[in-house]
Every structure is written in structure tokens, then in C-alpha cells.
Design a protein around this ligand. Structure first.
Ligand code: SF4
Length: 146
């Protein structure tokens, strides 16, 4: 087999995530959640439009903060910054729709996002799932600040 041959068992790569400039993450998206219903939330086209990331708070702060373990002071600080971010809803929607595996997105850790992704995959509309996620994130942030 040549180095360029693929086998039928090799799963397609869903997406790549590259850092174009410090703090500026660009994603080469793959497939969204199957059967996605975007009702009440941003459209797939809007999520794929990279301009929404321009206002991201994490574009001007050390991005490693967002990839710390979730119970560290650094991670809690990153989550608190997400709550000041003007694109938090888009960020969370994007992470859920494209199943972002790593790091804090929209103020939620990967393990906090998994149940929301499952809801999306089971046909629940994005708007409702997104509201749940944002509420959960707000509650967690308030408890962390208390
Ligand atoms: S919500 Fe958080 S992770 Fe998402 S773009 Fe804003 S600061 Fe970055």
C-alpha cells in the first residue's frame, strides 16, 4: 500500500482547527450534526461565516486558557471571559452544531456540551438547545463567582 492509499475503515476527518494568528482560531468545518434543525437559532450559513468570530474575547487573550482542565483557576477565568464575550451565543451554537471536541466554547466545557449535542442529534431545535446551554452556562458562572 502506498502512503497515499486510504482504507475503507478510515473515518473521514470531520474538521481541522488551526490557529491562523494568536487567539484567532479558524475552523475548516466538516459536517454538522445530522438532521440538524436550526429553528430558533442561527442558520448553518451564518455559523459558517467566519466574520462572527471577529468580536471574540479570546482573540485577544492567551488561547491556552480555553484549553485548561475545567476545574482549574485558569479555566474558570476563561469561562468568566466567555460571559463578557459578545459572540457567546454564536460560539456555543457553532461548538454544538459542529461537535467541537476540545476546550471551553460559549462558556461551557466539552463535557457540559455533550448532552446538548445529543439533544440536537435527536432532533431538538437549535434555538431551544442553545437557550438551555446559555442558561446552564450562566448558572455555572454565577456559582463560580459566589
Ligand atoms: S464565548 Fe468564549 S470561547 Fe467563544 S468566542 Fe467568546 S471568548 Fe471565545
Amino acid at each position: 500500500m502506498t502512503p497515499f492509499e486510504t482504507t475503507p475503515r478510515r473515518a473521514p476527518i470531520a474538521y481541522d482547527r488551526v490557529q491562523a494568528t494568536p487567539g484567532n482560531w479558524l475552523r475548516n468545518y466538516g459536517r454538522p450534526v445530522q438532521g440538524l434543525d436550526t429553528a430558533g437559532g442561527p442558520s448553518l450559513q451564518a455559523l459558517l461565516e467566519p466574520n462572527w468570530m471577529r468580536g471574540a474575547v479570546c482573540a485577544s487573550v492567551d488561547p491556552e486558557l480555553w484549553f485548561e482542565e475545567s476545574d482549574t483557576p485558569s479555566a474558570r477565568y476563561a469561562i468568566s471571559l466567555c460571559h463578557e464575550c459578545p459572540v457567546r451565543a454564536m460560539c456555543l451554537a457553532s461548538a454544538l452544531v459542529f461537535r467541537e471536541e476540545y476546550g471551553v466554547s460559549g462558556g461551557l466545557t466539552p463535557s457540559e456540551r455533550r448532552p446538548l449535542e445529543t439533544r440536537l442529534a435527536s432532533g431538538e431545535a437549535l434555538g431551544g438547545v442553545l437557550s438551555l446551554g446559555l442558561s446552564h452556562s450562566d448558572e455555572g458562572n454565577q456559582q463560580g463567582a459566589a
